[in-house]
Design a binder for this molecule. Structure first.
Ligand code: GN1
Ligand code: MG
Length: 398
């Protein structure tokens, strides 16, 4: 089995996107003055004077800034992130997981030839007090080395992207399969407990705190109509038919850095939810985020559909690495997992819309409702194509 796949696919085009998100245009990351960013940067144990910085990326949870530094004539960049502590309640646990995971992966990369841990693994910069984060005015900040010569994309842009990202996430899991004890902390309890997500949705419908339930009756009915499928993976984990593994738990396409020159996946990002769970949620979330020609928040969902060729690339990229590791029950549930996680994330968006948009950042009114509708449209498409997806999967397991 290959450990890391940096295969030999050719990419004709690497599409460039502008990483810098202007304030107010698409999200709510607070603008910070250069002086503020410089003061924060100075509290980390790294040389250099901050010369530029601003909001970065399209994550839904934290506030992320890219900062550029002058260090003896060189100008390295870093990613400075204000951690959302409403969501991550135990910062020591969160950062302990991330340090353990990155140290473990770095160790593997250093033992293998031809790898660059600074580009292929996140590097946490420690603070002047030798901690993996700083606390300033009740805010939690952390600093990562920016991965040079690469970028993320919110949407798959060419035929090889899906293959690349799927093989990156599979390699990531392979590298963590021998993570020694103790178990990782559960940074968000019951994160992929789909039945519990349904219970939370029901609570939000019941309290209807913003008076929005009537306007999304159709979405609510759709969500509740599929409730019977929701414990398939959680019950499998409980009865042992599905193995518990170290998993990423947020395998959307924009959590993989793609190399500008080669178009290959180089590094997996967003390690906040690396925990013990089912590989199926990881596989399913790749399909959710990579199998179509649409954004996560479409206002018009008529173009939302699963593309079987894309699905095949994801299966190929994933199974090229994970083929020998998966048990039969996991293989059988690969197509189902795409339906389940798309549903789960759809009901999380719907719940947040009902709650008044308190969890996922929004850039416009009703964005969370559009996100929910987009996920539900994809669920419908997966239901139509589940048999074809199973046939594709079987072909690549053969
Ligand atoms: C959030 O942090 P980000 O934007 O990569 C969320 C995921 C969802 C995703 C949907 C901690 O991920 O669970 O799948 O949005 N992360 C958390 O886009 O809730
Ligand atoms: Mg992310």
């Amino acid at each position: 089995m290959r450990i890391l796949n940096f295969g030999s696919l050719n990419i004709d085009h690497v599409y460039r996107v502008d990483h810098l998100v202007r304030l107010g245009e698409t999200m709510q990351t607070q603008q910070r003055s250069l002086q503020e960013l410089a003061e924060l940067f100075a509290r980390f144990d790294i040389s250099g004077r901050l010369i530029d910085g601003g909001p970065h990326g399209t994550g839904h949870i934290h506030d992320t800034y890219r900062v550029e530094v002058d260090a003896d004539g060189a100008s390295p960049s870093y990613v400075l992130q204000r951690v959302n502590r409403n969501i991550f309640k135990n910062i020591d646990h969160l950062m302990d997981n991330i340090c353990r995971v990155t140290d473990h992966i770095r160790g593997h990369l250093l033992r293998m030839n031809g790898h660059d841990p600074l580009r292929e693994c996140l590097t946490v910069i420690r603070s002047n007090d030798d901690a993996p984060y700083i606390e300033v005015n009740d805010e939690i900040w952390r600093l990562y080395v920016e991965i040079s010569g690469s970028r993320t994309f919110d949407r798959v842009r060419n035929v090889n992207h899906a293959y690349e990202a799927a093989s990156m996430f599979a390699s990531f899991a392979t590298l963590l399969a021998d993570l020694p004890d103790p178990p990782l902390h559960e940074t968000i309890p019951n994160f992929h407990d789909t039945p519990q997500r349904v219970a939370q949705l029901k609570g939000a419908i019941e309290s209807d705190s913003c008076g929005r339930a009537e306007s999304c009756r159709e979405e609510i009915d759709f969500a509740l109509g599929l409730e019977s499928m929701t414990d398939t993976i959680t019950s499998g984990l409980r009865n042992g038919s599905i193995p518990m593994r170290v998993t990423h738990n947020d395998t959307k396409f924009n959590n993989v850095m793609i190399d500008d020159q080669t178009g290959k996946g180089i590094c997996v990002l967003d390690l906040d939810t690396v925990m013990h769970g089912s590989a199926l949620y990881d596989f399913g979330d790749m399909v959710r985020s990579m199998s179509g020609e649409f954004e996560e928040n479409e206002e018009d969902q008529s173009g939302v559909a699963l593309d079987l060729d894309r699905y095949e690339q994801i299966v190929k990229g994933y199974l090229d690495i994970a083929h020998d590791v998966l048990v039969d029950r996991e293989v059988e549930l690969l197509p189902f997992s795409a339906k389940l996680i798309t549903y789960e994330i759809g009901i999380r968006f719907l719940k947040d819309y009902l709650d008044g948009d308190v969890y996922f950042k929004i850039g416009r009114p009703h964005e969370n409702l559009d996100r929910a509708r987009t996920q539900f449209a994809l669920v419908r498409s997966i239901i139509e194509k589940e048999d074809a997806m199973a046939a594709v999967t079987a072909r690549h397991m053969g």
